[in-house]
Design a protein around this ligand. Structure first.
Ligand SMILES: Nc1nc2c(ncn2[C@@H]2O[C@H](COP(=O)(O)OP(=O)(O)O)[C@@H](O)[C@H]2O)c(=O)[nH]1
Ligand SMILES: [Mg+2]
Ligand SMILES: [Zn+2]
Length: 334
């Protein structure tokens, strides 16, 4: 039996890297029957072109489906497509949900000739502790820093189609020639040139995962009371709210609302509200679904209750993460 890591999946074929060699493998029938999810990044045991076992994951992100990564780099474009803070907050919250360190990269900086975007980005995201990078894959600005960022890690690039993910990889690794495509003038989006996730070796100790852009990322898989765990600056005040189950919307004695505009940026709070609405849809859906789903969901509710009672302890952060991982079993994936 050999051990290796899946670096690419194409329909039924799994490409495994083992000691620098690549192997084209299929999945053992038994794993298919078990409906075993297989991700790019999974460590596996294989023999004679058949994957026998998926080894435990260190972490994973479900959209795009990649496992065992050190960091998520969220790529946005400052223009073409227009920078959307709402979309950015969505990606940030999603990475937070998966418990993976996040860096923010703003590409196509050559297209912007005013500093107001840069200022706004720094004013909102720097206090939240994010590393922030402005780049131009086209003109080379910030590309060295981008490359530096990748050193010694496996980084996954997330971001809408057309923001320049593949172009950035090409810029740091000129020989690699990943296909990129023009942004459609009509929709201001790039067409899907990168169709699959793939781990690319940049050099001996840096690896990057190019991903296709993805839309319809919605928070319709967790409870509304959980959304605040995805916003550090909101979660920070939760303990001071009058009601333990405060959703920070219209409740009295809400400490979050008291800090709105000072410690909490209004655009971040807007995103929070948006996600709560999506999570509400999920809650409704569960309510009206069959008994089976309901009972399995009751378990989640119990965990939530347990979580709330210990939420003031610092160690509760880990508990939250574990609960979140359990929730993910119920999450819909692409
Ligand atoms: N002006 C400008 N265009 C860029 C930059 N980076 C990428 N593009 C263009 O944006 C389009 C989409 O790029 P691509 O790398 O395919 O985006 P992806 O879908 O995120 O992988 C292509 O036409 C690129 O030439 C940049 O820094 N500046
Ligand atoms: Mg691409
Ligand atoms: Zn509140």
């Amino acid at each position: 039996m050999q051990k290796g890591q899946i670096f690419k999946i194409h329909s039924d074929f799994y490409y495994v890297n083992s000691k620098g060699k690549s192997y084209e493998c299929k999945l053992r029938e038994i794993l298919k029957k078990q409906k075993q999810k297989v991700y790019v990044g999974d460590f596996v045991e294989f023999k004679d072109g058949a994957i026998e076992k998926i080894l435990p994951r260190y972490n994973y992100i479900s959209r795009p489906s990649v496992s065992n990564v050190d960091r998520v780099i969220i790529i946005s474009a400052v223009k073409e497509p227009e920078l959307s803070f709402s979309q950015l907050n969505r990606y940030i919250a999603f990475a937070k949900y998966h418990g993976i360190e996040t860096v923010l990269c703003f590409n196509k900086n050559d297209l912007s000739n005013d500093d107001s975007t840069i200022e706004k980005v720094f004013s909102i995201y720097e206090p939240l502790g994010f590393d922030i990078l402005f780049t131009s894959a086209l003109e080379g600005d910030g590309v060295e820093e981008f490359k530096e960022l990748l050193k010694g890690k496996t980084s996954v690039l997330c971001g809408a189609s057309g923001v320049g993910k593949s172009s950035l990889i090409n810029a740091i690794c000129p020989g690699i020639n990943i296909k990129t495509k023009n942004v459609s003038e009509k929709t201001q989006r790039g067409t899907h040139t990168t169709r699959h996730c793939e781990i690319i070796d940049i050099d001996n100790d840096s690896r990057i995962v190019d991903t296709p852009g993805f839309s319809n990322l919605k928070f319709d898989f967790l409870l509304p009371t959980r959304i605040d765990t995805l916003f550090d600056e909101i979660y920070k005040y939760k303990g001071q709210c009058k009601f333990q189950d405060c959703l920070h919307l219209t409740e009295t004695g809400c400490a979050v609302k008291e800090h709105l505009g000072s410690c909490i940026d209004p655009t971040r709070y807007e995103s929070y509200k948006e996600f709560v609405e999506e999570a509400r849809e999920y809650k409704e859906k569960i309510k009206y679904q069959g008994i089976k789903t309901e009972t399995s969901h009751k378990k989640i509710n119990e965990r939530t209750a347990a979580k709330i009672s210990t939420r003031k302890r610092q160690s509760s952060r880990n508990t939250i993460k574990q609960n979140v991982y359990k929730d993910m079993e119920n999450e819909r994936t692409d």
